[in-house]
Design a protein around this ligand. Structure first.
Ligand SMILES: Nc1ncnc2c1ncn2[C@@H]1O[C@H](COP(=O)(O)OP(=O)(O)OP(=O)(O)O)[C@@H](O)[C@H]1O
Length: 264
């Protein structure tokens, strides 16, 4: 689905991602893990066009998308969620999903102000698209509740629905289980599996090792911006370089310490 070749970005003297060559296979779940500051979010920001790389290439289904802007990357079928929930709490669940759908519609501000035919058509389309996305994440029954009234898990589902509105083939989830209790985490894992069974390719950044080890087909491990290991959960959890990276993180209070220790 996606290949990155020699991908890198520097912020001044800081090489946040350095010479990463890796693949995200279609129809699979790839987890990107690593201690705090390893470059995981930056890697996502590069793939999704938020940052322009200072070196390397990004190839999506055989097409070079390295220099595309965020909305162009969305247009090619890549969507993402964010670490912190970016929903509008005072709006309804459906209105939030419709905002996700708006990314794809063509009506401009003038259309919206003048309530042109195109704007009305787009609104109807957004409503239908929003509802479809809510069905996919199991929230169709809560469409008219205010988003802020939902549980943490429900709000995460809204965030995922917003991303699904652009009909992505590749979905990037940035710390989807952050702030969730174990039961909510298990529910979220089931949802992600369902989405993949429906044909989606998923990449996720996550600190919660129970989710990563239980869900990922493949894991990429970043440390100081570099890819230090990749493979199945079993291969990665027993990799000496990974254990070393996690133990280092643990010694400095990083959350990743638990991965090498409790699962090795
Ligand atoms: N916009 C930016 N400007 C300058 N430095 C940045 C920027 N974005 C990220 N960095 C730096 O890049 C490095 C990697 O950060 P990044 O947030 O990608 O790590 P991470 O693995 O996602 O960490 P965490 O697990 O704590 O979220 C850090 O040193 C960070 O300070």
């Amino acid at each position: 689905m996606l290949d990155v070749q020699g991908l890198g970005i520097r912020f001044g003297g800081n090489h946040a991602v350095r010479d990463v060559t890796a693949s995200l296979p279609a129809g699979q779940i790839t987890a990107i893990i690593g201690p705090n500051g390893a470059g995981k979010s930056t890697f996502f920001n590069l793939i999704s066009g938020f940052y322009q790389p200072t070196s390397g290439r990004i190839v999506l289904e055989g097409q070079d998308i390295t220099r595309l802007k965020t909305h162009e990357v969305v247009g090619r079928g890549v969507a993402r969620t964010f670490q912190t929930t970016t929903i509008y709490r005072e709006l309804s669940v459906l209105e939030n999903a419709m905002i996700g759908h708006r990314v794809r519609t063509k009506a401009g501000l003038l259309d919206a102000l003048l309530r042109t035919g195109r704007e009305r058509q787009d609104e109807a389309g957004s409503r239908a698209g929003g509802l479809r996305a809510l069905e996919r994440v199991g929230l169709a029954g809560q469409a008219h509740l205010s988003a802020g009234a939902l549980s943490q898990e429900g709000q995460k589902r809204v965030g995922i629905a917003m991303a699904l509105c652009s009909d992505p083939r590749l979905l990037l989830l940035d710390e989807p289980a952050a702030g969730m209790n174990p039961e909510e985490t298990v529910n979220l894992m089931a949802l992600i599996r369902e989405l993949v069974a429906g044909g989606l390719t998923v990449a996720l950044v996550e600190h919660k090792m129970s989710l990563v080890m239980g869900l990922a087909d493949r894991i990429l491990v970043l440390h100081h911006g570099q890819l230090i290991a990749q493979g199945t959960p079993e291969e990665v959890r027993t990799d000496p370089a990974v254990i070393e990276a996690y133990l280092g993180g643990h010694a400095h209070g990083g959350q990743m310490g638990q991965a090498g220790v409790s699962h090795a």
